[in-house]
Design a protein around this ligand. Structure first.
Ligand SMILES: Cc1cc2nc3c(=O)[nH]c(=O)nc-3n(C[C@H](O)[C@H](O)[C@H](O)COP(=O)(O)OP(=O)(O)OC[C@H]3O[C@@H](n4cnc5c(N)ncnc54)[C@H](O)[C@@H]3O)c2cc1C
Length: 247
């Protein structure tokens, strides 16, 4: 049985009407970067719970989460209304295998996400291990418009701390935005435009690829990568693709 504990909201940052972040103080068990917990609220006398990746790194307080407000979504529409001082329930113990323990060592690490699917990467990038294990780290975020790209200060910090190792590449599908690719991630994995823009080749010999967020993006990207010789990473048979679907 999962143990639920009470957390206290200490900040609710509304990036725009359907994108927000919560900072929550809670005494949870230690977690591994890339894992998720569940958050829950009482809605109409029922406990409504959903999984959410930690955006904050292990050991950081307050805990931080990054949310999309889903159309007619029960929990995200309630979480966005929380005020400082409000209570939110969390699972005491984190879950999940979207962590570096499950990703083999290699020269390059590609962290590819759509929208809020970038959250676990921030958690991983905020920990020391990833910088010791990989020579090149490429963070890729696919969004519809440039206003869906908050956390640029964090990206800037990683770029400044690791100028020879770290590259960020945005995909903005519905508008022209400086330095962004105006396309979809799977298309760009197929036509080579992501690699050309970043200046690094994807290859099964040198690359590990993490994919997180929209299941259509994950599925199409996996298919394209498989066509290029990549295989899914399993404990009994290590490969190069590790995935997390958000729905
Ligand atoms: C392992 C895991 C980690 C997750 N981490 C996050 C996270 O860090 N941030 C986050 O916002 N969500 C995350 N989700 C999704 C989250 O659990 C909920 O599904 C989401 O908040 C919607 O819940 P809801 O009750 O509002 O709507 P629901 O009725 O449960 O969902 C409505 C619909 O919204 C869409 N949807 C769900 N999540 C998203 C999303 N993130 N972006 C765009 N569309 C979405 C889907 O089409 C879904 O069918 C995660 C899911 C999983 C499985």
């Amino acid at each position: 049985m999962a143990t639920w504990i009470d957390g206290k909201v200490v900040d609710n940052i509304h990036w725009h009407e359907n994108l927000f972040s919560l900072k929550v103080e809670a005494e949870i068990e230690p977690f591994t970067a890339g894992q998720f917990t569940s958050l829950a609220l009482e809605i109409n006398n029922e406990q409504v719970a959903r999984p959410y990746s930690f955006l904050s790194s292990p050991g950081q307080q307050p805990l931080e989460f990054f949310f999309y407000v889903a159309t007619d979504g029960a929990l995200s529409n309630a979480l966005v209304k929380l005020n400082v001082g409000d209570k939110v329930m969390l699972k005491h113990k984190a879950n999940g295998f979207f962590t570096l323990d499950e990703v083999p060592a290699s020269r390059d690490l590609w962290m590819i996400g759509t929208g809020t699917g970038i959250a676990p990467y921030f958690s991983i990038l905020g920990s020391k291990e990833v910088w010791q294990r990989y020579d090149n780290i490429v963070l890729v975020e696919g969004v519809r418009s440039s206003r869906d790209l908050p956390y640029q200060n964090l990206i800037e910090k990683f770029s400044q701390e690791h100028p020879d190792k770290f590259t960020f590449q945005a995909f903005v599908s519905r508008e022209d935005f400086p330095n962004a690719i105006k396309s979809r991630i799977p298309v760009s994995l197929g036509d080579g435009s992501l690699e050309e823009k970043v200046g690094l080749k994807l290859s099964p010999a040198d690359s590990q690829v993490m994919l997180c967020g929209n299941p259509d993006m994950v599925k199409s990207s996996v298919e394209l990568l498989k066509g290029r010789g990549f295989i899914k990473n399993l404990r009994r048979k290590p490969g190069q693709i590790t995935t997390e679907n958000y729905w």
